[in-house]
Design a protein around this ligand. Structure first.
Ligand SMILES: Cc1cc2nc3c(=O)[nH]c(=O)nc-3n(C[C@H](O)[C@H](O)[C@H](O)COP(=O)(O)OP(=O)(O)OC[C@H]3O[C@@H](n4cnc5c(N)ncnc54)[C@H](O)[C@@H]3O)c2cc1C
Length: 453
């Protein structure tokens, strides 16, 4: 176990993944680790949006650098937005807090019927409240899937019904459940969550409804893998949220933790041994040109980031990038919005490489430098997400294109043209990625239009 170490690049020798280059986060030392195969289990990339429910340190660097070395990146635009998060409270917030999904079992979601209604919730009579999920989806009510609950909250807040200081919030109300079941039962079921909510917002959810809003939670895209969990680079295996989970849309119904467990416990021990048994692994020395080139690439990026000495912090760039992606490649997307976003991301990336400031040196603990490397990858990934979202001219799962909705405002797929995994190849930071389509074939259970009415 090598702790406090970050993978910076993948070493590919004669087409096979044969190791990684790491940077030690305390000493700054770059090290080479040669191996017969490489497994990445480095998580999702929700922090491309700057604000997400992910841990602050989650990032895309490992998979993105592998993508730069040739691993195809599949379905980057599929993002899961979780409806039950504590709303953003200010500009200086660095992450978002998830309130468990389970709260929707007993909490009722509503908004004032009147736009801009600033009355406290207890002064809004029942007949002036819109329990919009119960109204629109009588059979599923507040338990509709995450994308549907999130989109409905967004639409109504955009129309001016939202609550709280920013207007980007909806009520999750337990008053009826407390009346029906008693406070003791609710405390037993959700006490820890209520305490957490009160600590963060200074409001008592036993007395006033919680305020919640959707937030980025999980990224379904990732490095393309086959059923052996092997990427398009032989010897590079990718597990958990870092891979693309077969088809990005599946996370609407699947469990990420179960996927991680089955990838790690059941699949990889068998498939990697197949690989090891059927391939040859000539000795690779540190002097190998591929190794030297990977180390030089890592060092050059670090040196460049330290040498720019511009005027804007890494966080200020990241926040601006995140806002572009959230606004135009978040809960709802349109072709003009995505085109605009691609242009804005490119411009901001150019400015980043001229105007970012990274204080300190590369020889010791330097969190700005760590972030600077990760944000440089987020820029390229964000652009690919928008390109993928733009090309997928349909709505599907976690990807909602406003142009493609049913009369009821629900996602409208186009299976005839888009029933495939979009796997993108890297061709350079300034050239168009190459698309490979992997058709999706359904033999037993066929996709149908979702309905929660
Ligand atoms: C708040 C929250 C609640 C959730 N609740 C649920 C739930 O109830 N059910 C469910 O199924 N899923 C849930 N999820 C999703 C699920 O937890 C994640 O999808 C899952 O943990 C991903 O596991 P992983 O092992 O693939 O990646 P991670 O758990 O993200 O682990 C990746 C690891 O790789 C490390 N790493 C990253 N980059 C590098 C690098 N370059 N070099 C070295 N190390 C690196 C990271 O530091 C991290 O330790 C939740 C997620 C969040 C954020």
């Amino acid at each position: 176990m090598i702790a406090k170490t970050e993978m910076q690049d993948l070493i590919v020798v004669d087409g096979q993944a044969r190791g990684i280059v790491t940077r030690h986060l305390i000493t700054g030392e770059c090290n080479v680790h040669i191996a017969d195969a490489v497994i990445l289990a480095t998580g999702g990339y929700g922090n491309v949006f700057y604000l997400s429910t992910n841990a602050k340190g989650s990032n895309a660097t490992a998979i993105w650098r592998a993508h730069r070395r040739g691993a195809l990146f599949a379905n980057p635009c599929f993002t899961q937005i979780h409806p039950t998060c504590i709303p953003v409270s200010g500009d200086y917030q660095s992450k978002l807090t998830l309130m468990s999904e389970s709260l929707r079992n007993d909490g009722r979601i509503w908004l004032p019927k009147k736009k801009g209604d600033a009355r406290p919730p207890d002064q809004i009579p029942e007949d002036e409240r819109d329990y919009y999920l119960e109204r629109r989806y009588p059979s599923f009510g507040n338990l509709v899937p995450r994308d549907v609950a999130s989109r409905n909250a967004k639409t109504l807040c955009d129309e001016g019904h939202g609550v709280g200081k920013t207007g980007l919030g909806v009520y999750l109300d337990f008053s009826e459940a407390i009346k029906r079941l008693g406070e003791k039962t609710i405390r037993e079921r959700y006490g820890n969550l209520f305490d957490m909510y009160q600590r963060i917002t200074d409001e008592d959810p036993y007395k006033v409804p919680m305020r919640i809003f959707p937030a980025v939670h999980y990224t379904m895209g990732g490095l393309w893998v086959d059923y052996e969990l092997q990427s398009t680079i032989p010897g590079l295996f990718v597990l958990g949220e870092a891979n693309f989970s077969d088809h990005g849309a599946n996370r609407l119904g699947a469990s990420a933790l179960m996927q991680g467990l089955s990838d790690g416990y059941f699949i990889i021990p068998n498939t990697i041994s197949n690989y090891l048994a059927t391939h040859k692994f000539p000795k690779v020395e540190n002097s190998n040109p591929a190794v030297q080139e990977a180390v030089a690439t890592v060092q050059a990026r670090i040196d460049t980031l330290l040498s720019i000495k511009g005027k804007r912090t890494v966080d200020s760039f990241h926040r601006e990038l995140g806002k572009i992606v959230w606004d135009d490649c978040g809960m709802a997307r349109t072709a003009p919005g995505l085109e605009l976003a691609i242009g804005k991301i490119r411009e901001l990336r150019q400015e980043y490489w001229k105007n970012v400031t990274v204080p300190g040196s590369g020889d010791d603990l330097n969190e700005s430098l760590e972030k600077a490397g990760r944000v440089s990858d987020f820029f390229e990934l964000a652009e690919l997400m928008c390109i993928d979202a733009l090309h997928r001219n349909e709505s599907c799962g976690g990807h909602f294109r406003e142009e493609h909705q049913t009369q009821d405002g629900e996602a409208q797929r186009d299976d005839e043209h888009f029933s495939y995994v979009a796997a993108w190849g890297y061709t350079g930071p300034d050239s168009a990625p190459e698309l490979t389509k992997e058709p999706l074939e359904f033999h037993y259970v066929h996709p149908s239009q979702r309905s929660y009415k």
